[in-house]
Ligand binder design. Structure first.
Ligand SMILES: [Zn+2]
Ligand SMILES: [Zn+2]
Length: 391
């Protein structure tokens, strides 16, 4: 052999008469220390890791160890001794199994192939649906009935899936464990593989004669009605969860949930953002100028609001506590913001026109002051409007 190879016992740092446990322990220590996952990009560590793995592969196998003891490295050179093996494939699947066996606990538990017990109880699937409600229903809460197809236990076989008068039997392949273990002789020694039993899919039971109503599944789809309590304050797109109403669990696991998405319809005059409501209310030119009452629609009904004399268009007012109740505490409510829009009349009778002209003449001094001053007056007006938000 061209390459100088270190003695396998020396590599693992054990005595020639070391027992299996000592060899395993020594390899474990070295493998943890030099594993590529622990030493990314370190070529020296990788080399040491391979060297230790090769030594372990030979010394952990009684037959190979005997050959090695007798012939040394020559035992595994091509043509000599009878090993007939030239190199290792450290990325092979067999090698992965050694890892699971040797230090599965260190690298996150168990061999990569065995996985978790497949007949463990598992929660059933969630079912999704949606319900449409009005804007007002979202504000004050409501109750809706929905219909869903849900799997229910088959009445004919009481959920066993077996034909009337028969019972599922313990799976002969896995003896009811749901998993099969098969051992494989490989170069590295005996490899144990754990797999979900293919005959019973991990349930541990097989049905010889299937129930004709549910075709052996034990469940039949049933239309079910649910009452959904929708709390005050819910918003478009939010979900209400009906815990434990979904699909049945597996192996005795709990049922999944039903998730009901709430879709809130648009309102002709109200808009909502979070817990606040927004709307606009027209105010006549005369009321805006002279002051007076306007009627404002809120979710609680009509509110009479006193408009101050000289109210400009786009004036925003806040009706405190007239918004949407908080989902967590419906006593706490958002506000309702109203934008007052002054209506400029576009159809006037002759009399009204006459009066307006008169009004213009009479108020000429005050109203036209800005016009006479040029742009300065208008600019001042704009500034005022900005500051006057949300009074
Ligand atoms: Zn059935
Ligand atoms: Zn089985």
């Amino acid at each position: 052999m061209a390459e100088q190879k270190r003695d396998y016992y020396e590599v693992l740092g054990v005595e020639k008469n070391a027992d299996d446990a000592a060899i395993k322990k020594a390899y474990r220590v070295l493998a943890k220390k030099y594993h590529p996952d622990m030493n990314p990009g370190d070529a020296e560590a990788e080399k040491k890791f391979k060297e230790a793995s090769e030594a372990y592969a030979i010394l952990s196998d009684p037959e190979k160890r005997r050959q090695y003891d007798q012939f040394g490295h020559a035992a595994f050179d091509n043509g000599a001794g009878g090993g007939g093996f030239g190199g290792f494939d450290f990325n092979s699947a067999d090698f992965g199994d050694i890892f699971g066996d040797i230090f599965g606990d260190f690298f996150g538990g168990g061999s990569r192939r065995s996985g978790r017990a497949s007949n463990a109880p598992m929660k059933g699937a969630n079912l999704r649906t949606s319900v449409h409600i009005t804007f007002e229903e979202a504000v004050f809460g409501t109750s809706k009935t929905i219909e869903l197809n849900v799997k229910e236990e088959c009445k004919t076989c009481h959920g066993t899936g077996a034909k009337e008068g028969t019972q599922p039997i313990t799976c002969p392949k896995c003896g009811g464990k749901g998993q099969v273990v098969f051992t494989q002789q490989s170069f590295f020694g005996t490899v144990r593989n754990v797999q979900t039993c293919p005959d019973c899919n991990g349930t541990g039971k097989v049905i010889k004669d299937k129930c004709t109503d549910c075709h052996g599944s034990g469940y039949v789809p049933m239309k079910k009605r649910f009452e959904v309590d929708i709390p005050a304050g819910i918003d478009n797109g939010q979900c209400k969860r009906l815990a434990g109403m979904g699909e049945p669990g597996v192996n005795g696991g709990p049922r999944g949930d039903v998730l009901v998405e709430v879709i809130v319809g648009r309102h002709p005059i109200f808009q909502r953002q979070d817990y606040n409501i927004y709307s606009t209310v027209p105010v006549s030119f005369a009321v805006a100028a002279l002051g007076g009452e306007v009627v404002i629609d809120t979710v609680d009904g009509k509110v009479i609001y006193d408009v101050k004399p000289g109210t400009q268009t786009d004036t925003k007012i806040r009706l405190k506590g007239k918004g949407v109740p908080n989902l967590r505490n419906k006593e706490v409510r958002g506000d309702h913001y109203v934008t007052l829009v002054v209506q400029v009349p576009d159809k006037l009778s002759g009399e009204a026109k006459e009066l307006l002209r008169k009004f213009d003449e009479v108020s000429g001094d005050s109203l036209n002051a800005a016009k006479r001053m040029g742009d300065g007056g208008a600019a001042e007006g704009k500034e005022k409007k900005k500051k006057g938000f949300w009074k």
